[in-house]
Structure formats: structure tokens, C-alpha cells
Design a protein around this ligand. Structure first.
Ligand SMILES: Cc1ncc(COP(=O)(O)O)c(C=O)c1O
Length: 379
């Protein structure tokens, strides 16, 4: 019987969604070749899935990596990295300025005997003071969530390399449209593919890109931990990737224009956008990012949390929601969302105030967004 998917050799324009949990083998010889790693083949969804594999290859190419592992969310990807490469007795250096859920994961790591040191992104150039013989990993975000602080990846990679410490960079805010951490010396890149790579607020996924050896280790843990993405979400992600460069270009153009508007507005303070020339991270950002500076920014509104709330409540085209990198513009108060679970003294260490808002710029027409922000700032 001809293959129903390609009866006359015509191929589908999109990767088919393979929902199979398991695969029946052509022969024992094929089973042996698959399990010995001689051929790429599929046996069980938790091990691998063809729809997922196609998207992994696409993201690997975008990140200029040898390979890529996709899993069920951005935090699943980060957790997979920690639990694959760290062991009891190791020392991990984290930046305060990273996505809030890392704090919760760090509590689990400490229970398993990993010692964690938190440092501020502004002190990245003094990181060597914190490195010890047991230090085995540095994990950073640049631009960071939520304050868009910039870390010099080349400088960090050179320190990490001198001490044989693995450098992991979360590239979610920058996206591979603007930044290639592996080219700059990082060992692994992670993504919340839920954000700009997917881009439509309709899927959760995470990605880790790196060399073949690390891919093999991550693959081994992913299948054991059960973090493999489902084929439907992988298909949505593949669709997102088709328009990703167009969306990323538009977001960055919109964000640059919005930053120009906000920088001059009397009710706005502490604007953080790496493309704004007065931003403290601009020079480093310009040296390691290209094609613009992404769609993420943070700024303080008025003087109190009430001012920030009032501003957000008045917005009509920018949605009050968490997450980022989507077609629609999204805004939130980190103090009330991603940083809610942090002890107040930790929040205070890295500069997020009660009236700080994080804006993820979408692909709407620039004028629509600037008019909406301008109207909402009138009181
Ligand atoms: C920079 C960054 N990394 C990782 C994550 C976690 O991603 P996910 O929500 O897909 O688990 C987020 C979520 O907002 C994020 O902003």
C-alpha cells in the first residue's frame, strides 16, 4: 500500500504532527541500530518524536549550534540544564537579574547539595571573585528579566573559560534574531520558546542549544525525567518559527520608537531599553546584539504602585498580562507577578521598584501603541 501521506511522492508543506506514543519496529536489527545509536529512529515518545526533532534542528540552526533539545517549557529547559550538569558539592553562580522561578529551582538544588551564589548583573565584571574550585556553572540572562540589564557575554565567557566553568545564557529576551551567545563564547543557550519563538501565546516550550556532546547528555536526562514536548505544540512552534524573523524585526522597530517616546515623558523614570543610547548597557548591547535590540523594556511610572496600576488600567491596546514576545503587546508589574514570591530584601537588591512595569512590545502599528501609551499617561 502506498504511504497515505505521500502517495505520489508529493510532500506535505508542514511537518506532520506525529502523535504516536510508540512505534512498531521494522525488525530486531532496526531496534538494535536505534538503541545502539547507529541510526536515528523512534521507539517511544518520551525518548524522541519526529515532529519535535524537526523543530529542534531548526532552532539549532538559528542558534548556530550543533544540536538542540526541546522540552515542555522554558523552566523545564533550565531545570534540565541544572540537573544534567550539576552534582552535589558543585557551586553555581546565578544572577539576581534572571526570571523569578530560578529562585524556586535554586531551593531544590540546595536541597540536593549544590551551593548557590547570587550576584548582581552590575557586578558581572567582578565575577572572578566568586569563582572557586567547585564552581561548575554560571547562568545568566542578557537582556535580563525584567530590568533588561546587559551582561558582556564575551567577557563572562573568557572568565568562565579560564576556570573551566560552564557558561549558560538564557537568550529569551534577545532572541536569535539579535544575539548568538554561542558565537560570543557561551557553552549553552536556553530559551523559553513559549515567548518570541512561538510568538502567539498558544504554546509552552523550552529549548537548549549547544554542542553534540552536551546534546547527548541532555537527551539522556530529558527522556528519563519525562520532559519531551508533545507533537502538537512542536507543530505550533514550527509555524511560529516561519514568521519569527519578521515579527522580531517589527517588535524591535516598535520598541525603539516607544523607548524614544518614553525617554522624554515626564512621568517616566529609569527607562531600561538596551537600544536607548542613554541606557547603561547600550554600549555592550551594541557590541553583541545586531539588527536592533529586541522588544523588551522596563520603566518606572509616576512615583507609586498606584500610578503604575492607574497607567496599566487605562491602556486599551496593550494587554495587562504576563509572558512576552508575542504578537500582542503585553505589560505587567513584576512586583506583583514574577517577583511576588521573592523575599522583599532580595527584590530590593536588583532595582525593581513597586512602580516598575515591564513592557513586551508586539507587532501592532507603532502609532497605535504610542498613542495608547500617551493616552494612558495622561492624568
Ligand atoms: C527569560 C525567561 N526565561 C525562562 C522563562 C520560563 O519560561 P516558561 O514560562 O516557558 O517556563 C521565562 C518566563 O517568563 C523568561 O522570561
Amino acid at each position: 500500500m502506498p504511504d497515505p501521506l505521500t502517495p505520489y511522492g508529493n510532500k506535505p508543506m508542514v511537518t506532520p504532527i506525529v502523535n504516536a506514543v510508540n512505534y512498531h519496529y521494522g525488525s530486531f536489527e532496526v531496534l538494535r541500530k536505534i538503541t545502539d545509536g547507529e541510526i536515528d529512529g523512534y521507539t517511544y515518545h518520551r525518548d524522541d518524536n519526529p515532529t519535535v526533532r524537526v523543530v529542534e534542528k531548526q532552532i539549532a540552526a538559528m542558534e548556530k549550534a550543533e544540536d538542540c533539545i526541546i522540552c515542555t517549557s522554558g523552566m523545564a529547559a533550565c531545570t534540565l540544564v541544572y540537573f544534567t550538569f550539576l552534582k552535589a558539592g558543585d557551586h553555581l553562580i546565578l544572577f539576581h537579574d534572571i526570571y523569578g522561578a530560578h529562585y524556586k529551582v535554586s531551593l531544590a538544588l540546595e536541597r540536593f547539595g549544590v551551593e548557590v551564589t547570587w550576584i548582581n548583573a552590575n557586578d558581572a565584571d567582578r565575577i572572578e571573585e566568586h569563582i572557586r574550585p567547585e564552581t561548575s556553572m554560571i547562568f545568566c540572562e542578557t537582556p535580563s528579566n525584567p530590568l533588561c540589564k546587559i551582561i558582556d557575554i564575551r567577557a563572562l565567557a573568557s572568565v568562565a573559560g579560564r576556570h573551566s566553568v560552564r557558561l549558560v545564557v538564557d537568550n529569551t529576551f534577545a532572541t536569535p534574531y539579535h544575539q548568538h551567545p554561542l558565537d560570543l563564547g557561551a557553552d549553552l543557550v536556553v530559551h523559553s520558546a513559549t515567548k518570541a519563538l512561538g510568538g502567539h501565546n498558544d504554546l509552552m516550550a523550552g529549548a537548549i542549544a549547544g554542542n553534540k556532546d552536551d546534546y547527548d547528555k541532555l537527551w539522556f536526562s530529558r527522556q528519563a525525567f519525562g520532559m519531551t514536548l508533545d507533537a502538537y505544540s512542536a507543530s505550533l512552534l514550527e509555524r511560529g518559527l516561519k514568521t519569527f524573523p519578521l515579527r522580531a524585526e517589527r517588535m524591535a522597530e516598535n520598541a525603539q520608537a516607544i523607548a524614544g517616546f518614553l525617554a522624554k515623558h515626564p512621568k517616566i523614570e529609569n527607562l531600561r531599553y538596551p537600544g536607548w543610547t542613554d541606557d547603561q548597557g547600550h554600549a555592550v548591547a551594541a557590541s553583541q546584539m545586531s539588527n536592533g535590540f529586541g522588544g523588551m523594556m522596563a520603566f518606572d511610572v509616576g512615583g507609586t504602585i498606584e500610578d503604575a496600576r492607574k497607567f496599566i488600567a487605562k491602556l486599551k491596546r496593550v494587554y495587562h498580562a504576563v509572558s512576552l514576545g508575542s504578537t500582542e503587546s503585553l505589560i505587567c508589574i513584576p512586583y506583583l507577578t514574577t517577583m511576588l514570591y521573592m523575599p522583599p530584601e532580595r527584590r530590593a537588591t536588583f532595582g525593581v521598584r513597586e512602580n516598575t512595569v515591564r513592557l513586551s512590545v508586539g507587532i501592532e502599528p507603532e502609532k497605535v501603541l504610542i498613542d495608547d501609551l500617551a493616552d494612558a499617561l495622561q492624568w
